[in-house]
Design a protein around this ligand. Sequence first.
Ligand SMILES: NC(=O)c1ccc[n+]([C@@H]2O[C@H](COP(=O)([O-])OP(=O)(O)OC[C@H]3O[C@@H](n4cnc5c(N)ncnc54)[C@H](O)[C@@H]3O)[C@@H](O)[C@H]2O)c1
Ligand SMILES: [Zn+2]
Length: 368
Amino acid sequence: MKTLKVNLPGREYQIDIGLNILDKQLPEAVKLNTAEQVVVVTNTTVHELYPDFISNVLANSGVKVSTCILPDGEKYKNLETLSLIFDFLMNISANRQTLLIAFGGGVIGDMAGFAASTFVRGIPFIQVPTTLLADVDSSVGGKTAVNHPAGKNTIGSFKQPEYVCIELAFLKTLPSRELKAGYMELLKHGLIQDAEFFNFTQQNTLEPLNFDYLKEAIFRSCEIKGRVVEQDETEKGLRANLNFGHTLGHLIETHAGYGKYLHGEAVGTGMLFAAFVSWRWNELEQNEWELISNSLTQIMLPVKLLKLDYETFRNLILHDKKAQKQAVNFILLKNLGESFILKETSVEKLWDEFKLFAQKFPEIISLE
Ligand SMILES: NC(=O)c1ccc[n+]([C@@H]2O[C@H](COP(=O)([O-])OP(=O)(O)OC[C@H]3O[C@@H](n4cnc5c(N)ncnc54)[C@H](O)[C@@H]3O)[C@@H](O)[C@H]2O)c1
Ligand SMILES: [Zn+2]
């Protein structure tokens, strides 16, 4: 098992990563928390694959456990589904001594975290991620959110978990497409902060699963993210670098309809675009651009976008229908392993680059 701490004043928490560790680690963490009752928030898919898994693990912990099962999918990551968690909590007379456990991928983690940050003004929560994406990214750092029809993750809060238990065994049932999508956020951490880590990922294949490799890669990914979050929890500056690839990524998710493309897939396309712009604007060297594009395109699936014109592009990027703003903070690469925030980037210039990008990579992104 590998262990990592995120040190935030008064809210330090531990992340454990390993194979077959949950049975021992989770009951200990729950005991430390002195909760009166535990509510597991999960979805139908995870519940079918792992029925009553967390309740069984906690069977001898002397704490009452109940399970709130939500519908599965990004398209349910909204206020309506969130209210199902609140209904559940009210029904079982939950209070400030109730501990939530998010058991699922990033969608479950983001929604359970948001519920934990607002129910009776805040209750503790633990993350038990079950997807690679949640292992390497969303379970760490305390961003919680639901989507608005007009903008991805636009309603949310910052709420750090009490503990994160990354049980690698859950990855055995994860479909290949989901694994690849999660891998994109892992590569992101190398691209923006750590060239050596990026090179380390390139020496291995994702499938078949290699748990020693995954343990190390997830650890390093969480470490990079954790260190950034320690310095800038609420994204006053530095943390925005973690949004590398997300400007176009979120546009793709919203424009295509939530769930059509996986978050990691959309972000992968967004990262390729951001690297392309970095190269075109003379930040990134040709050889590094080639290395990055070769690596990303190998695991990317094509994205098809319907009816995208400049107006729609602008509105989606700015979440603003009134055309007042024309610029956005955009994350670029200076080098492989070093990103920076280009403040006030003209959306019109990004649109020009986007059209070129779509011409150069018709197999990756096509426009109607
Ligand atoms: N909070 C953050 O910092 C942060 C960071 C990155 C992404 N996110 C969010 O995370 C979400 C994406 O997360 P995701 O990729 O985990 O998607 P997801 O939660 O939708 O999970 C992907 C699919 O895999 C299924 N699944 C989960 N565990 C499984 C398992 N072990 N075996 C088989 N199937 C399993 C799920 O039911 C779902 O169908 C997005 O909404 C994104 O915005 C948040
Ligand atoms: Zn992301």
